[in-house]
Ligand binder design. Structure first.
Ligand code: SAM
Length: 255
């Protein structure tokens, strides 16, 4: 959809983009096509879309021959999407994705221009899904992307970095300037692809690993001897992702 089409649609439906729901719509068709092209999940496999909004990504996914399950909180857009596509092509799940996602079986692929206010909790939730999705293609705030991609010994390196980098190979596909959205957000965005590493830990192990790392990073200046009660005089940011996992396997019972 072009900017003019989006504005016309919103006016006709008496809708106004809601800031608290992170409603910044993509208005560049080429970028929509590019995002969809990053998704390598085979066409017949289940794909979930988070926050479809006006359906600018949904449309291209469906044109590829995919069947999509889309999670959207705003009823106005749920109705719009249900009118736009057949039930065969699209299942719309109305509600807060933080509650509705866990009620569904894990998909192979997940895509979305994510509402920025729930990006990190949502990714952590996905990381604890019963089965881990094989692939995520997400547009997020660049600053959050920097944290997911961070290396050890940097200020961006934290518990979320360690947890998600242990589960996924994370790459940045490109950055986006605010002018490709309507309304324009105040921040830069980034498109990331997360590919599941094999083999991956069980749901229970993932949950315990996240807890372990979170406690380790709860006080960055303190040595792990003091936070995790383990015989190690290192600070959490000095330990790489592989070593974090080894520490977890060795000392998980100490918590
Ligand atoms: N995919 C569209 C696009 O790229 O133009 C819209 C993306 S917009 C950044 C985020 C979308 O997520 C909005 O449609 C918003 O209503 C929806 N949303 C926000 N919070 C949500 C939540 N907790 N659960 C489900 N959807 C949510």
């Amino acid at each position: 959809m072009t900017l003019a089409q989006i504005k016309k649609f919103l006016e006709k439906k008496n809708l106004c983009p809601l800031k608290h729901l992170g409603q910044n719509f993509l208005i560049d068709e080429n970028i929509c096509l590019q995002i969809v092209s990053y998704l390598k999940t085979p066409i017949k496999e289940a794909v979930y879309e988070i926050g479809p909004g006006l359906g600018v990504l949904t449309e291209h996914l469906i044109n590829q021959g995919r069947k999509i399950t889309a999670f959207e909180l705003d009823m106005g857009y749920c109705r719009h999407l249900a009118n736009l596509f057949s039930r065969d092509q699209l299942t719309v799940v109305h509600g807060d994705v933080m509650n509705t996602l866990v009620e569904h079986p894990a998909p192979q692929g997940l895509i979305g221009n994510l509402p920025y206010n729930i990006t990190t909790p949502l990714l952590l939730e996905i990381g604890k899904f019963s089965d881990l999705p094989k692939e995520l293609v997400i547009t997020i705030q660049k600053e959050v992307g920097d944290r997911l991609l961070a290396c050890q010994n940097t200020k961006d390196y934290g518990a979320t970095t360690v947890f998600l980098q242990h589960l996924f190979r994370i790459t940045i596909k490109r950055t986006l300037t605010p002018d490709v959205f309507y309304p324009q957000p105040k921040v830069q965005s980034a498109i990331l692809r997360l590919e599941r590493k094999e083999p991956y830990p069980s749901q229970e192990q993932r949950s315990k690993f996240h807890h372990f790392v979170k406690i380790g990073f709860s006080q960055r200046r303190k040595k792990l001897r003091n936070t995790l009660n383990i015989p190690l005089d290192e600070r959490p940011q000095h330990i790489d992702v592989k070593d974090w996992w080894q520490l977890f396997l060795k000392y998980r019972s100490s918590l």
